[in-house]
Design a protein around this ligand. Structure first.
Ligand code: 4AD
Length: 572
């Protein structure tokens, strides 16, 4: 009998052949492969001699070989079962090609309907078109959840409708036409809308791929954020993403309805502009027939020109910010809701912002379907208590210092000062400092309610802001002269509204241009507002995505717009 060789150090069970030159690594594998009676010689490593194994080593190895044999048999059984299953499926598929599903024209005519409007059709035959949202087969029944953009519908295919080739090869995200009778959900079961469709006829309209290219292989919960961004067009089909967009639509409608009630008129200012509002650093510049132009940062200046003509106005317009901010609350393009009101005081302005926000939240919360969306996305949501807390900028600086919230020190050029290990040097806040996003967020989250942070120093704010009369205004240096300005901060997001009273005096306005190094020439139309019947007025801008991130508790405002744009991302 030829001997089988095992080298416990240099052998290999996988690549070895049991010969002296290519030994196995384990005695158990040698016995499993060549039978328990094989003549096996073992050595510890290539420097030792091959020897007969000891009795105890043989006994242990036999047990190991039995285990390996069991594993082999199990694998064989599984492979056989898989082959059987595959063959069975192939037979079934072949058989299914013969099954013909024809719409029975003796049944009552089906009414074409959308999922949202199905309730009146209970007990009737309906025809519905949509996408296969979920799919599950159980014995000979197919449970299919259909999505048509107005809702979800539980449907059941059994008998012939579940036996056709199309039924057996149906995939998620395919489009289908379903015809059947709408039944109330059986007692003790739940389904969207409280009913389900028992299908008697159906067909595939556009089959989505299966296999490697199947929807769930391109996208799932574990997908990387950059893949989710590239596949935003498919992400939108998900329940959460579509609910956010649905809530966004309802929010815009609620704002419009609330403004109509308060007699603010909607206007549509241009996106292509030749003036800045919020500082040159964040302007997207473009060549406009050979002239410099920008994408608008804010429609505020245009709204101000509407006051003498249309009274109080608002707009819903895209604003563009070319800041290189990769934070979860900055977009390069966002939907900016802005309003402007004439003959008001600073107090009126904050009262108005608070009233509008609370009225919008009330409308959404009172409406059954929008309340359901909010609860789905943000189960712990409760409308905010009124009045909102008001905190001056100077008091906020004191609050931050009392709570040990520091900020990164910067040199005169605005570079962060670091220590020997490269860690930023942290310093307490002083009046005149911009309250950075991190500090603002810590304070807002610690306080936990909406906060009107107001009366910021002029040096931190735009050229158009009115100074606080007689209090820090007047002759004070711009850096610390306070303005009638306010930011509304919300827990979880931070600033969602920025607003102010505007300079009403023409000389003060010209001074503002100068301070900010702005050439007044292109602003002639804005300056004219102060010349032809000036008035005390103020307004604000609200970032719709930030409002939604607060309302629907989204981690980032990137989830709150259809196709978000941020530095480097303008696709899809
Ligand atoms: O504070 P901001 O820059 O104010 C203005 O533009 C004023 N001219 C508005 C006005 O008074 N009519 O912006 C107002 C709001 C912010 O509070 C924030 O919600 C949002 O616009 N916002 C942004 N949202 C997303 N991404 C960005 N990069 C944003 N920048 C501002």
């Amino acid at each position: 009998m030829t001997s089988i060789y095992v080298d416990e150090a240099a052998g290999s069970d996988l690549a070895g052949a049991g010969s002296q030159t290519t030994p196995y690594q384990t005695l158990a594998h040698a016995l499993f492969t060549h039978g328990q009676a094989a003549d096996v010689l073992v050595r510890k490593d290539p420097s030792a001699e091959y020897e007969q194994p000891t009795q105890s080593a043989l006994k242990k190895a036999k047990k190991g070989a039995d285990g390996l044999e069991k594993k082999r048999r199990k694998a064989e059984e599984l492979a056989e079962a898989a082959t059987e299953e595959r063959e069975k499926r192939e037979r079934l598929l072949e058989e299914s090609k013969k099954v013909q599903l024809i719409e029975d024209d003796t049944l009552p005519a089906a009414i074409k309907a959308k999922i949202l409007n199905l309730e009146p059709y209970r007990g009737k035959r309906v025809r519905i078109f949509g996408w296969v949202h979920r799919l599950r087969s159980q014995k000979d029944i197919i449970f299919l959840v259909l999505r048509d953009g107005t809702g979800y519908l539980q449907t059941i295919l059994s008998g012939v409708p579940a036996q056709t080739y199309a039924a057996l090869t149906l995939t998620l995200e395919s489009t289908v036409e379903l015809v059947g009778t709408l039944q109330p959900t059986p007692e003790g079961k739940t389904a969207p809308g409280g009913h389900e469709l028992v299908v008697d006829f159906w067909r595939t309209i556009g089959a989505a791929p299966g296999g490697d290219d199947a929807f769930t292989n391109r996208l799932n919960e574990k997908s990387d954020p950059s893949i989710l961004a590239d596949l935003r067009h498919l992400v939108l089909r998900g329940e959460n993403a579509s609910s956010v967009l649905r809530l966004r639509s309802a929010t815009l409608s609620a704002f419009r309805a609330t403004y109509a009630e308060q007699h603010l008129l909607e206007v549509t200012p241009p996106c292509l502009v030749q003036t800045q509002v919020e500082g040159g650093a964040t302007l997207f510049k473009l060549n406009y027939y050979g002239q410099p132009a920008f994408l608008t940062q804010s429609s505020q200046l245009y709204l101000e020109t509407c006051l003498p003509s249309l009274g109080d106005v608002f707009c819903v317009q895209e604003s563009f910010r070319a800041e290189n901010s990769h934070t979860r609350r900055h977009l390069s393009e966002y939907t900016h809701l802005e309003a402007e009101l004439a003959f008001i005081t600073f107090d009126d302005l904050m009262n108005h912002i608070e009233a509008i926000i609370c009225e919008v939240v009330d409308k959404l919360w009172k409406n059954e379907s929008t309340a359901a969306l909010i609860q789905q996305l943000n189960p712990s949501f409760a409308p905010p208590a009124r009045p909102f807390m008001r905190l001056t900028y100077v008091d906020a600086i004191a609050w931050l210092n009392e709570h040990g919230i520091e900020h990164e020190a910067e040199d005169a050029q605005g570079n962060v000062i670091t220590d020997a290990e490269g860690k930023p040097k942290m310093v307490p806040h002083v009046v005149g400092d911009d309250i950075a996003e991190a500090a603002e967020r810590k304070m807002t989250d610690a306080i936990g309610t909406p906060i009107f942070l107001h009366s910021f120093p002029a040096g931190l704010k735009a050229f158009y802001m009115k100074k606080v009369p007689g209090n820090g205004g007047g002759d004070q240096p711009a850096a610390i002269a306070l303005t009638e300005s306010c930011d509304l901060l919300m827990p979880g997001v931070g600033e969602i509204v920025g607003g102010s009273m505007r300079i009403s005096d023409i000389d003060e306005l010209l001074e503002g241009y100068k301070r900010e190094g702005i050439d007044p020439a292109p602003y002639y139309w804005f300056t004219d507002q102060r010349k032809y019947g000036t008035c005390e007025h103020g307004g604000y801008g609200l970032g719709i995505e930030r409002f939604l991130a607060w309302l629907a508790k989204r981690y980032t405002i990137r989830e709150c717009t259809l196709y978000p744009r941020w530095p480097g991302r303008a696709t899809p």
